[in-house]
Design a protein around this ligand. Structure first.
Ligand code: CAA
Length: 257
């Protein structure tokens, strides 16, 4: 897999995607968003891959949508092209996707991290929705996903003032799952990805789908959905293997069937 704005490295069942536009602090231009979707599509179709990690550089996960590319766009252009609809497709991917965020995750960069299933952060990470400083608003789901992640008070504060949250506040607020010293962020994230990749892929995909359902529906419907998926998992060989291995006091050998 060769791309101009990304590096993709596959280590056994884990794929690492590194955003690679250092000259623009990984600002999300149309090419990067398109290549990211291509890479995720290929990894999704690759049966070897069971977990994906998305990261940036030590200085910036991503400093937002590409302001220089957007500045002169007209309303008909952005409407007809449905600007950023393609970025939102990332949320429809089905395999577990972890964001490893060091440095700036601002605007579209924060929104990209929020499109992932969970965020692991370096202690130098800075999250923010500074679009208001540009006379605009978040456009890749920030007003919605950030609000669901941290609640109305903090989301309003960040979106209206444009202030940044550091990693400690982001973890307290529930935006971030875990925080690591910057130098060990990638190693620790890949370690967690390997743990996930060892599980049954149908089970991890069903878990992802079910947790995400909580953000789309009522509690009663969500519980009903979970129970149906729970019943369905009994059709997998991995359910039989996982439960047999427990009784036989051995490690399960999942076949993703
Ligand atoms: N778009 C385009 N280029 C960007 C960029 C962005 N979002 N962020 C940084 N860059 C470029 C800079 O223009 C600069 O390029 P040049 O060397 O050619 O001038 C290069 O990256 C390095 O950036 P700085 O010199 O600014 O680096 P710094 O360390 O002084 O500051 C920063 C870092 C605070 C992150 C600063 O770059 C910054 O404020 N960036 C913009 C953040 C922002 O407003 N993001 C929101 C974008 S709008 C959006 O995302 C809409 C949406 O919701 C979809």
């Amino acid at each position: 897999m060769t791309f101009e704005t990304l590096l993709v490295d596959i280590q056994e069942r884990v794929a690492l995607i590194t955003l690679n536009r250092p000259q623009a602090l990984n600002a999300l231009n149309a090419q990067l968003i398109s290549e990211l979707n291509q890479a995720l599509g290929q990894l999704e179709a690759d049966p070897r891959i069971a977990c994906i990690v998305l990261t940036g550089s030590a200085k910036a996960f991503a400093a937002g949508a590409d302001i220089k590319e957007m500045a002169e766009l007209s309303y008909p252009q952005v409407y007809l092209d449905d600007l950023f609809a393609e970025a939102d497709r990332i949320a429809t991917r089905r395999k577990p996707l972890i964001a490893a965020v060091a440095g700036y995750a601002l605007g579209g960069g924060c929104e990209l991290a929020l499109l992932c299933d969970m965020i692991f952060a370096a202690d130098n990470a800075r999250f923010g929705q500074p679009e208001v400083n540009l006379g605009v608003l978040p456009g890749i789901g920030g007003t919605q996903r950030l609000t669901r992640a941290v609640g109305k008070a903090k989301a309003m504060d960040m979106c209206l003032t444009g202030r940044q949250m550091d990693a400690a506040e982001a973890e307290r607020a529930g935006l971030v799952a875990r925080v690591f010293p910057a130098e060990s962020l990638l190693e620790e994230t890949l370690k967690a990805a390997r743990v996930i990749a060892e599980k049954s892929l149908p089970a991890t995909m069903m878990i992802k789908e079910s947790v995400n359902r909580a953000f789309e529906t009522t509690l009663a419907e969500g519980i009903r959905f979970e129970r149906r998926v729970f019943h369905a998992v009994f059709a997998t060989a991995d359910q039989k293997e996982g439960m047999a291995a427990f009784s036989e006091k051995r490690k399960p050998e999942f076949t993703n069937r």
